[in-house]
Write a protein that binds this ligand. Structure first.
Ligand code: GTP
Ligand code: MG
Length: 138
């Protein structure tokens, strides 16, 4: 079993989609073992997306992620990282497969409803930015 880090982004919380997205996650066999609704600070968003600092959309991305509430989550299951990437669908919803969260709910490539870690190594780093071990109940 493995853990991954997930964020339900402001475009989704704004449309009250947390429950619908969680249903897709759970139907895919992933277990939500930690979850909290927060308003990300500018510093938290900048640090979280540090790897994208040189990308042209970095400023826009940080502004978007701090524009409204997000739900940060830890998901657990077999191959959780890869499984959740599959369930999320392609970054751009126009390229996302049917039944994926982004195909179902994302507005565009920026406002794309969810984040999921891209490796087990990054999952550990990202989880530690938002949760302590005692807050994760597997
Ligand atoms: P995450 O799970 O959120 O990391 O998505 P990803 O791994 O599918 O995409 P990537 O890491 O390449 O980009 C991170 C995030 O930056 C995306 O989820 C989008 O929210 C945003 N993003 C990516 N490309 C663009 C773009 O061309 N324009 C804008 N505005 N945002 C983008
Ligand atoms: Mg990514």
């Amino acid at each position: 079993t493995e853990r991954t880090f997930s964020i339900i982004k402001p475009d989704a919380t704004e449309r009250n989609l947390t429950g619908k997205i969680n249903a897709v996650i759970e139907d895919a066999g992933l277990r939500i073992v930690a979850q909290r609704r927060i308003r990300m600070t500018d510093a938290q968003a900048k640090k979280f997306y540090e790897v994208h600092a040189e990308r042209p959309f970095y400023g826009e991305l940080v502004e978007f992620m701090t524009s409204g509430p997000v739900v940060v989550q830890v998901l657990e299951g077999d191959n959780a990282v890869a499984r959740y990437r599959e369930v999320m669908g392609a970054t751009n919803p126009e390229q996302a497969a049917d039944g994926t969260i982004r195909k179902l709910f994302a507005k565009n490539v920026g406002e794309n409803s969810v984040h999921g870690s891209d490796s087990a190594e990054n999952a550990k780093i990202e989880i530690a930015q938002f949760f302590t071990d005692d807050q994760i109940v597997g």
